[in-house]
Ligand binder design. Sequence first.
Ligand code: NAP
Length: 255
Amino acid sequence: MTHAILTGHSRGLGAAVTAELLARGVAVLGLSRSENPALARAHPGQLEEVSIDLADGAALAHWLDGGTLARFVADADRVLLINNAGLLQPVGPLGSQDGAAIARALAVNVLAPLSLANALVAARPAGRDCRILHVSSGAARKAYAGWSVYGATKAALDQHARAVAADALPGLRICSLAPGVLDTGMQAEVRASSPDRFPARERFAALARDGQLVPPQDAARRLVAHLLSEDFGREVVADLRELPPEAVDDARAPR
Ligand SMILES: NC(=O)c1ccc[n+]([C@@H]2O[C@H](COP(=O)([O-])OP(=O)(O)OC[C@H]3O[C@@H](n4cnc5c(N)ncnc54)[C@H](OP(=O)(O)O)[C@@H]3O)[C@@H](O)[C@H]2O)c1
């Protein structure tokens, strides 16, 4: 059986990816501050939820020491980690950012993904297929004024994936994947930014007005198809919008 650990399963892209994994029979361990009662009800016994604030590095270290992750993956034929939880804040130019918000962004966007990845690879059953997907962003690869912290944290995930791929650990595949511009709470937060703190605000507001935000369910379907595909990990830093059709669509995958 395939077992997946996913952060940020309570809403947005993470909730949609969790729904897609559960629908495919994957057992999911979801880590967020809040729970997802609808998915837990719809898939009894298949979704295990952990309420944790990933901005609290000590709480995460304590949880990792507790052995839940190792127990969850012990009997799995294949293990997946989707580092999805992310924080956009602090938004604004250097010198105006809240120090505590910088620390939270680094903990949720970088410390948690890197710690979970390390713990998973230490705990994975020998010889089993193990796949790690970091949810990155276009902001890792294009510099946006006002998003220096967000962009730097996502670029850290890209570089982590490159270096882990260079480790060439047997059975391990990794990809840092930008998912596109999605219709989630984070985009509402982008539109709520003031143009003096985030000058590109209007571009994202226009995408929403023009109906060009991608429903998280659509992105989740493609993301999970890619994660489970033979192609996964071939491109270590990738963009969901640019992968070839056979890499994101089960029906088109070579058999
Ligand atoms: N939306 C986009 O257009 C877009 C574009 C590019 C990349 N991304 C990336 O895609 C990922 C998902 O984004 P989204 O749009 O779905 O965001 P979202 O709607 O804001 O959801 C964020 C998820 O992360 C969890 N989370 C946030 N802070 C947390 C904390 N301190 N501890 C534990 N969990 C926490 C939230 O759960 P709780 O609140 O329950 O804790 C929630 O489930 C992020 O990494 C984001 O950077 C999004």
